[in-house]
Write a protein that binds this ligand. Structure first.
Ligand SMILES: [Zn+2]
Length: 411
């Protein structure tokens, strides 16, 4: 059965808007997107104010942990954790997010249940475990290493995989690909929530980073590099990563280098804002709060520079807790678009970040998704108003009349 939706505003996802447009889809693919007067007929016809591509959040973690601490990921019962995440994926889809790139967590497994139709959720492109050096951002620093090893063996939910040296980097990538990873994630600098490392310091040598990218590229899989500090960002760009996550200490020179190399920035302002306001109440340790305060303003300036310099920016929140009462709340993902507008984007640019540019973060796997064009995935939102006038419209799911994922009306 074919479907047609006529819209006053058809937002393609690449920045183009067609007035009095129509999108036609059959099966899982778009068969026509353009002016409504040239659109073919369809079995089912609807009209709307706006039609746009389904949104993406390209930095999520489905962990099932309730408090924002890295330790919880090894102590949580993995069965309970995975059950809890079913709430997160459903909320995300019903708020207009039809796809997500999950950069560490249980997404690979959730995606299998979602694509079988067992649970509702977005299409998840998962990374499996995050590759980190010993003592790096995805290590749990207050645990004895042998104890961590045991926990990693008994828990199916650990977030990180510790690899050191080029051969282990190859093996780390191969292990994630073996589990079904569709993107690879590693930490090129220290982090905020990890205890003893520093966000400015580079993690992994240049050779190790190149090995990770080289191995992923052989399987045509994109690579995401967590990095805050300039040395890590520089090394990751040189290694040929697809995306830089966070980019807190990005400067004008590095922004130019990202433009030159086609490296994408995933800013994750949402997590920084939410942690800044609410983390202390949630028991986030002093060492993490100090690091967070240190980069709160710095990160905002870095994203502004990236926007001004024309770096390709994709939309990602870095949500990593579960449920309705945590510091983050799946379903609120569209708040990041407001932060992007706040930092200098137009509403149209923020929508491109959450559609076309987000699909680019998974490299070759994202070629036929993210925008409304013929032969692309039929992932779209039907809206009762126009988010180009006010980006906050996307935060209220009452404005989303219908959600279509892979050609199926899920709302
Ligand atoms: Zn993250």
């Amino acid at each position: 059965m074919s479907n047609k939706i006529n819209a006053e505003y058809l937002i393609i996802g690449s920045g183009e808007v067609i007035k009095n447009g129509a999108v036609v889809f059959e099966g899982t693919k778009v068969t026509y997107a353009g002016e409504s007067e040239h659109a073919p007929n369809a079995d089912n016809v609807k009209t709307a104010v706006t039609v746009m591509p389904g949104m993406w959040d390209c930095h999520t973690h489905f962990t099932g942990i309730k408090s924002p601490s890295l330790e919880s990921t090894v102590f949580v019962n993995p069965l309970e954790a995975v059950i809890r995440t079913t709430w997160d994926v459903k909320e995300m889809l019903l708020s207009g997010f039809t796809s997500t790139r999950e950069v560490g967590g249980m997404g690979i497994y959730l995606n299998r249940a979602i694509s079988d139709g067992i649970i509702l959720g977005p299409r998840i492109y998962g990374a499996g475990k995050i590759l980190s050096i010993t003592g790096g951002h995805a290590d749990i620093h207050n645990l004895n290493l042998d104890a961590l090893d045991v926990l990693n063996h008994v828990s199916g939910n650990q977030l990180g995989e510790l690899v050191d040296g080029v051969p282990e980097c190859y093996r780390g990538v191969r292990k994630q690909l073996r589990s079904g990873a569709e993107v690879i994630k590693y930490c090129a600098s220290g982090g905020v929530l990890s205890e003893i490392d520093h966000p400015i310091h580079q993690q992994f040598s240049d050779e190790e980073q190149k090995a990770i990218v080289e191995e992923a590229s052989r399987a045509q899989v994109a690579v995401a590099a967590h990095c805050h500090g300039a040395p890590g960002i520089e090394a990751a760009i040189k290694a040929g990563v697809t995306t830089i996550e966070h980019g807190s200490y990005l400067n004008a020179e590095l922004a130019d280098s990202m433009v030159e190399n086609g490296t994408i920035l995933v800013a994750t302002r949402y997590a920084i804002e939410k942690l800044f306001v609410g983390a202390e109440k949630m028991g986030v340790p002093t060492y993490a709060m100090d690091k967070l305060r240190g980069l709160y303003d710095q990160h905002r300036e870095a994203v502004k520079i990236a926007i001004k310099k024309g770096v390709t920016i994709a939309m990602g929140t870095d949500m990593f807790t579960t449920g309705p009462d945590g510091i983050f709340r799946y379903g609120d993902n569209a708040l990041e678009l407001e932060y992007l507008v706040d930092m200098g984007m137009s509403p149209s640019e923020a929508i491109v970040a959450a559609t076309k540019h987000s699909a680019m973060t998974i490299g070759k796997k994202g070629v036929y998704t993210g925008v409304l064009e013929k032969d692309f995935d039929a992932d779209l939102l039907v809206l009762n108003s126009n988010p180009l006038n006010d980006i906050k419209i996307l935060q209220n799911r009452e404005n989303i009349t219908n959600i279509v994922k892979q050609g199926i009306f899920v709302k």
